[in-house]
Design a binder for this molecule. Structure first.
Ligand SMILES: *Cc1c(COP(=O)(O)O)cnc(C)c1O
Length: 351
């Protein structure tokens, strides 16, 4: 009997805990606690801040020049969009199926989010529809690599090159994914990441924006630290590492030293954990080929590695004898002891 009807569930043992801490992370947290410096707006204590260490490690991981850590993914999107000149009177193309912050961060700047339908293959923005929606008002394309897939970066880099509209990659669900052997997040002008509790790299709350562009980096630093940026050159203990610039009106979106310490130690495990998830996903996809009721998502050949954040499956409606997909999701949730929801164009969830 099905678990949702009172039977024994298929999955009886508990799932691994997420997120989880290891000793290097606890050690780093203790170091911050005893350091007298809990934020980059605290005084220099003779040691490189965890925020700087993480920022350098995260940009090096991507082969990018700069990284600006932020309080969360939404603030990474906000500083990226504002640095790209998004504001009242212009538009940003965003996927119609994604987390709400993509559209709300655009609207918060007084600009208009224009929704672009997704491609059924990748569940990411459709390149053709994106191309058709570009107008003189378009200030940026916010491309999300969503649902364990990478958007068609060949097509999107071509669109950006041809039209001059900057590409902003949202990699909040794709830390470490590879397209033609290159990390996602390095194809556009800027990439934004969320490090919220559920993401594959997390500090509970956290975020970052990466770029190769000197001017965008300078702007984003000021936008996230109340108009301040890092002082260039050597510091003495007791000095402030941030200097007032005041070229733009920023706000405080700085990541704390505790969160930066968590991210720095978690980043060291990211590739290993991504490999484990990819191996498990490939196994599951192989095993499911014989199950008619479900269809794994298409894998674009250029996607050398997927990042598995909230795995998705396509359900064959006809295989469930007229039952609603919602009912199938509920039954799956009971069976597996995980939260399984229907993905639709105005809601976020996983199947
Ligand atoms: C999680 C997520 C965000 C928002 O990040 P927060 O850290 O919660 O602000 C933005 N975009 C996408 C695609 C996400 O998955």
């Amino acid at each position: 009997m099905l678990a949702c009807l009172g039977g024994e569930p298929v999955k009886k043992s508990p799932w691994p805990q997420w997120p989880s801490a290891d000793s290097s992370m606890i050690q780093a947290l203790i170091e911050v606690a005893n350091s007298g410096r809990w934020a980059i707006s605290g005084c220099f204590n003779g040691k490189k801040s965890f925020e700087r260490k993480f920022s350098e490690a995260f940009s090096a991981y991507h082969g990018a020049r700069y990284c600006v850590p932020t309080t969360n993914g939404s603030s990474a999107l906000s500083i990226a969009l504002e640095a790209l000149g998004v504001g009242p009177g212009n538009e940003v193309l965003v996927p119609a199926l994604t987390w709400v912050a993509c559209a709300s961060s655009v609207a918060n700047l007084g600009a208009r989010p224009v929704f672009i339908d997704i491609s059924p293959d990748t569940l990411c923005m459709d390149p053709q529809k994106t191309s058709e929606a570009i107008s003189r008002q378009t200030a940026a394309i916010l491309l999300v690599h969503a649902y364990c897939r990478v958007a068609d970066l060949d097509a999107f880099t071509h669109i950006a090159d041809k039209t001059g509209v900057p590409l902003l990659e949202d990699c909040s669900q794709a830390h470490g994914a590879l397209w033609r052997g290159r990390r996602v997040g390095t194809f556009g002008k800027i990439a934004a990441f969320s490090m919220q509790q559920s993401k594959v790299l997390t500090s509970g709350e956290g975020g970052a924006a990466i770029t190769d562009d000197d001017m965008l980096y300078d702007l984003m630093q000021q936008l996230r630290a109340d108009g301040r940026r890092y002082v260039k050159g050597r510091m003495q203990s007791g000095e402030m590492e941030l200097e007032e610039v005041g070229h733009v009106m920023g706000s405080n979106r700085c990541l704390s030293e505790f969160q930066a310490a968590v991210l720095l130690t978690r980043l060291a495990n990211l590739d290993v954990e991504n490999d484990i998830r990819e191996g498990n996903a490939l196994l599951l996809e192989r095993m499911l080929t014989s199950v008619e009721a479900v269809e794994p998502l298409h894998r674009p050949w250029q996607m050398d590695r997927a990042t598995h954040y909230q795995p998705c499956l396509r359900l064959n409606r006809d295989a469930f004898g007229g039952r609603s997909i919602e009912a199938v999701c509920r039954a799956l949730s009971c069976e597996l002891g995980i939260y399984t929801v229907l993905l639709k164009n105005h809601a976020f969830g996983t199947v």
